[in-house]
Design a protein around this ligand. Structure first.
Ligand code: CA
Length: 735
């Protein structure tokens, strides 16, 4: 007895001493500590992420990307006591979209223009900050959707980030210093990277975006240690006069028609979702839309245009094709299938199935067999009118007119924003539900005689891809009265049962574009929204349990982790993305801030700033209707991709009708020469003439004048449309 006591005491003392000496030797957050804990993130650590609930090691939390946590200190019962642990402004008003990574109390996250931070996850204290320098004057013009980044990958002591300018960099997690820096895109091309890389068996895998600007989609694997390229998979066939890069492209090419389909790149960019099944050794990618949007222009004569809008399974060892499932054959609506992919095993009609789930832009929720790509089921999770349903193989049955080939304008739902865009979903293993941030909106499409017909709005960003979405007013204004039901554009958090393909509960939201989801085994589901509210709900029924006002619109997804036995929830708050440039749902966009909560947290909130709006300009130039109308033409071709409608108020980009006199007097420097390129405004010399700049100015002066006098918004739009008709001077898209 006594001997046992002595032995036990010795063990206890040794354990205590070791804990004590370790604490003394390695301080949490020190370079030595970070090197040690991130250095331990190897293949096994990522594979067993579910056995390590305290950390958040990869973008979707695990290879299944389910964004589900079994940390259960925060419950339905005590969530009322949840309070702010810390908040930290990161010095930007551009969008924060990233999912942070956390290992042993050290947090890493990214922000606009590819800034990266390491923080102490317990206190919000900055450990290091990296600005990897981004070439604004060359790249701004290629960025369709703001300057955001969605996150990092972590492996063996290094962090990996894809950059807006196409670089992939490796960062020493301990010091924030760049280790290697490689270019993943051809020189002078229009690609950009916003998505998070994934790590599989020592390879960093990254795609890119740019289908609206003329890009051919691909995904590439690089050696994590050296940055050397290991393989590349192209999602669409290239120049038919050249050999195919991989054999399956010969098959894919049979689904494309005409001689020119490859000249705009074809599209199919892999800009977001990826997932991995280690047992099947399959790596899944979500593939984007076609370029041009209208298949009649892209592939005259039709065809499914593989692998656009598809989920493709690859062998991660060599990047070879294994199977594909196409969600939108022959896409004509920007219906990307790049949206979040979740892997799960579930009982379906008495059979245990290995499934892959996705809610792509086209409005259907898909459950497919991830071993072979076989269709299991699908149903629409938002209003849709482009199909009349699915056939037995999961091929959409297109509704009459949906392809808008008759020259008439057709209102199609979902819009090109999608029934669901990139903000991640969450699959809760307890409730069996998938939580989806959805959007209801219609958009008008019309087929034009040629892809270069200026009647088709779009094709901006300095590229030459026709978008064929006409009269789409991406603003705070109501949608067109001819738009089909639902007549209001709105968001909805949907709790979806993937087995029955039906909504279990939902919550309507004012904004179309809301944040991603996190759910827990303790029965919570959480989401930030366009109005800046962070809401924690009962995952079973949607009942609101706790809400925080975080000042600015939220698009990112929360994470949860545990440090020193305490559970935290962290989320980045910063309005940003394509729609965020065009409208806002808070009185004022606040500085980007990272917020962290814990039970009993009582930290002070950052100051809530009063609403503020620059006055409408009083400058006038007495321009004639044809100049104003032409200015509207030019505005809708080049400016509307980033700037809100004149008069709508500042968003993440300025309302041009509220510029200062100083800005108006320097239009040539700013618009032609890129004087404000560090703020994101591209220089557009060669794309736009001096006369066109003056016409844009006239249109903006006119807008400020009539809106300032109280003209009704719809009357205003009608009047500029009439002047556009008068103008008759069409703006040719750059060849
Ligand atoms: Ca797109």
């Amino acid at each position: 007895m006594k001997k046992q006591f002595i032995v036990c005491s010795a063990i206890v003392i040794t354990v205590l001493l070791c804990t004590f000496c370790q604490e003394n030797q390695v301080v949490k957050g020190s370079a030595e500590h970070i090197a040690k804990v991130t250095g331990a993130i190897n293949d096994q650590a990522i594979l067993s992420a579910d056995a390590n609930q305290g950390d958040w090691l990869s973008y979707g939390r695990n290879y299944k990307e389910d964004r589900y946590s079994e940390l259960a200190q925060i419950t339905k019962e005590n969530v009322g006591e949840l309070g702010l642990a810390w908040a930290s402004e990161v010095g930007t008003t551009k969008g924060l979209q990233a999912t942070p990574l956390v290992v042993d109390g050290v947090m890493f996250f990214t922000g606009p223009f590819n800034h990266v931070w390491a923080y102490d996850a317990r206190t919000g204290k900055e450990i290091w900050h990296l600005d990897p320098k981004f070439n604004h004057s060359e790249k701004n013009i290629d960025l369709c959707c703001g300057f955001s980044n969605r996150g990092l990958a972590m492996y063996k002591g290094d962090l990996f980030m894809g950059m807006l300018d196409g670089r992939l960099i490796s960062i020493d997690a301990a010091t924030g210093k760049i280790k290697w820096d490689i270019m993943t895109i051809p020189e002078g091309s229009h690609y950009s990277i916003t998505g998070a890389p994934r790590i599989v068996k020592g390879k960093v895998i990254i795609g890119n975006g740019g289908a609206e600007i003329g890009a051919r989609g691909y995904v590439t694997a690089y050696d994590a240690e050296t940055g050397a390229q290991e393989w590349r998979f192209y999602t669409v066939p290239g120049d038919p006069n050249q050999p195919y890069e991989h054999d399956d492209l010969a098959e894919a090419a049979k689904t494309w028609h005409g001689d020119d389909y490859w000249k705009q790149g074809g599209g199919g960019t892999v800009w977001d979702a990826m997932a991995y099944d280690p047992d099947l050794n399959l790596f899944y990618i979500g593939v984007g839309n076609g370029a041009h949007w209208d298949r009649e222009h892209r592939s005259p004569g039709g065809g499914d245009n593989l692998y656009l809008s598809s989920i493709v399974a690859l062998n991660p060892d060599d990047g070879s094709y294994v199977w594909h499932y196409q969600t939108t054959p022959g896409d004509s609506w920007d219906y990307t299938a790049t949206q979040h992919i979740i892997l799960a095993d579930m009982d379906i009609e008495g059979q245990q199935r290995k499934v892959l789930m996705q809610a792509p832009k086209n409005g259907y929720f898909y459950v497919i067999d991830r071993t072979n790509g076989e269709y299991i089921s699908a149903d629409n999770f938002v209003y849709q009118n482009w199909t009349t349903g699915m056939d037995e193989n999961g091929r959409p049955i297109e509704a009459e007119g949906a392809r808008y080939t008759d020259g008439q304008q057709h209102w199609i739902s979902p819009s090109s924003h999608g029934g669901h865009n990139w903000p991640p979903m969450s699959y809760n293993h307890k409730t069996g539900l998938v939580y989806i941030p959805t959007a209801n909106q219609a958009e008008a499409f019309v087929h034009t005689k040629s892809p270069n017909d200026p009647d088709a709005l779009g094709g901006g960003f300095g590229g030459n891809v026709s978008l064929n979405n006409k009269l789409y007013i991406p603003s705070v204004f109501d949608p067109h009265p001819d738009a089909p039901a639902p007549l209001t554009q709105s968001g909805r958090l949907v709790a979806w049962n993937p087995k029955t393909q039906s909504e279990v509960w939902g919550v309507d939201q004012i904004g179309l574009y809301n944040g991603g989801l996190l759910s827990t085994s303790s029965g919570l589901v959480m989401q930030g929204d366009a109005e800046g509210m962070f809401s924690i709900r009962d995952a079973e029924n949607g009942k609101l349990l706790k809400q925080f006002d975080l000042r600015s619109g939220i698009v990112s997804a929360p994470i949860t982790y545990e440090v020193d036995g305490e559970q935290y929830i962290t989320m980045l708050v910063g309005w940003g993305g394509y729609l965020a440039k065009l409208h806002k749902h808070v009185p004022r966009i606040h500085p980007g801030t990272i917020y962290t909560f814990k039970i009993g947290g009582s930290a002070a909130y950052p100051e809530k700033l009063p609403p503020h709006e620059q006055p409408l300009t009083a400058m006038r130039d007495g321009a004639t209707p044809d100049h104003i109308g032409n200015g509207w033409n030019v505005f809708t071709r080049f400016c509307v991709h980033c700037h809100p409608m004149p008069g709508a108020g500042h968003t993440t980009t300025p309302d041009l009708a509220r510029s200062t006199d100083n800005i108006f007097n320097n239009y040539e420097n700013i618009v032609m020469d890129g004087a404000l390129s560090a703020k994101g405004m591209p220089g557009m010399r060669g794309l736009i003439s001096e006369e066109e700049i003056n016409d844009v100015k006239s249109f903006i002066f006119y807008s400020a004048e009539v809106l300032g006098e109280g003209m009704d918004v719809n009357d205003y739009l009608t009047s500029v449309a009439q002047m556009q008709y008068v103008a008759d001077t069409k703006v040719a898209i750059k060849d």
